[in-house]
Design a protein around this ligand. Structure first.
Ligand SMILES: [Zn+2]
Length: 390
């Protein structure tokens, strides 16, 4: 089968690899009909994720058809169309019982990326995210082996297209969890940093849940325009305006009730931060988080959906304390939200497919990575389709 593999930083390739087979009784093998290209894949592309090896298959978002099912698989059978959560969870461990699927302590036997407290077990495995996170081959391939198939994959209802379903793998659950973590109340104001797919979908979810005013901050005008047109968000280009100042001035000099950081460690930080990240003294830039802390009101809530690892330079904990801020952060318990979000998509309350700006064939994947990495052609979201004729 053909698959997109990591070769080295900024170099992904299409290779012919053996087709996966059923390994455990509760596995399925999925024939991929669409795979998303997301921010997590870009982190790998840019060489920022430890534990990636040459020829690892990329891709954490994919949907497709069940090509084979193990003996212990209960509900799914050959030919079913399924959406596959990016997180692999066993369904029975301490954390899975609490529906904290991203913390599943049985799906990832690798070491994880916690820097201290190394005797704590690793969190869940992810597809296509390297050998600290379970080493599972990803979905940017013609076929994928999906473990724990009684807990993860969900049948796609009739009438739902791949461009809708692909968002249920990771992006929509991440955005939805980010908004729920804000503990939104009707009439609240929300500021979102980052207008990529997660930021956009957070705006969509927040609108659905009755947030009154949404500010969205980014440096790409076309993304800001999209959020303004589709979710009635107030766009702030931080290359032109100081977003903290703007938000504070427009909220009675208090700040927003809630703030979502949908950027993470990749924000363009200070020269000192860049230098520290280069010598591994910091896990990237804390700029998006600093902006979130500066923009939130006293007693407000910050929800961090963008990913961070290791240490962060310049974390303004004094302000967090002084302003009585609540911060919620972390990976997405995808399985918890898939069915609920599926219903919202079916009902038309969420229309994630509007965000898709490009389709590429799997074979043109390397070109798709370049385009997304360089923010070309007003790219919002890329879907890779194996065998797509262009
Ligand atoms: Zn578990």
């Amino acid at each position: 089968m053909r698959a997109l593999v990591f070769n080295s930083g900024h170099d992904v390739r299409v290779e012919h690899l053996p087709k996966p087979i059923i390994d455990e009784d509760d596995d399925i093998v999925v024939q991929v009909s669409a795979a998303g290209l997301g921010g997590a894949d870009l982190h790998i592309y840019r060489g920022q994720i430890p534990g990636i090896r040459e020829r690892d298959i990329l891709g954490r978002e994919f949907v497709g058809t069940v090509a084979a099912a193990g003996q212990a698989v209960k509900e799914l059978k050959e030919g079913d169309r399924v959406v596959v959560p990016s997180v692999v969870a066993c369904g029975i461990c301490f954390f899975c019982q609490r529906r904290q699927f991203a913390a599943c302590e049985r799906s990832n036997l690798d070491r994880g990326t916690l820097m201290n407290e190394k005797i704590i077990r690793s969190g869940a495995a992810f597809f296509g995210y390297g050998h600290f996170h379970g080493g599972l081959p990803g979905g940017q391939a013609e076929f994928v082996r999906v473990p724990a198939a009684n807990v993860g994959p969900v049948k796609i209802p009739e009438g739902m297209c791949d461009d809708q379903a692909i968002f249920l793998c990771d992006v929509l659950p991440t955005a939805y969890q980010a908004v729920l973590n804000c503990e939104i109340e009707r009439g609240d104001s929300l500021a979102i940093f980052g207008a990529g797919p997660v930021g956009q979908m957070a705006a969509a979810c927040a609108r659905m849940l009755g947030v009154e005013r949404i500010y969205i901050c980014d440096r790409h005008d076309h993304l800001l325009r999209f959020a303004a047109e589709h979710y009635d968000a107030i766009p702030i280009n931080f290359n032109a305006v100081n977003p903290e100042q703007f938000i504070i001035e427009h909220t009675g000099f208090r700040g927003a009730d809630c703030v979502i950081d949908a950027v993470g460690f990749e924000a363009e930080g200070s020269p000192l931060e860049s230098a520290m990240a280069t010598v591994k003294l910091a896990g990237g830039s804390g700029k998006a988080l600093r902006r979130a802390i500066a923009s939130v009101r006293r007693g407000g809530r910050i929800s961090v959906a963008g990913s961070y690892s290791g240490m962060l330079h310049g974390f303004m904990f004094g302000s967090v304390f002084e302003k009585n801020v609540t911060i919620k952060a972390g990976r997405t318990h995808v399985q918890r939200y898939v069915r609920e979000l599926m219903t919202y998509v079916q009902e038309g309350k969420l229309q994630p497919e509007q965000l898709v700006s490009h389709h590429f064939s799997l074979e043109d994947g390397p070109q798709a990575y370049k385009l997304y990495h360089n923010h070309l052609e007003e790219c919002r979201k890329i879907v890779l389709v194996p065998g797509l004729m262009q």
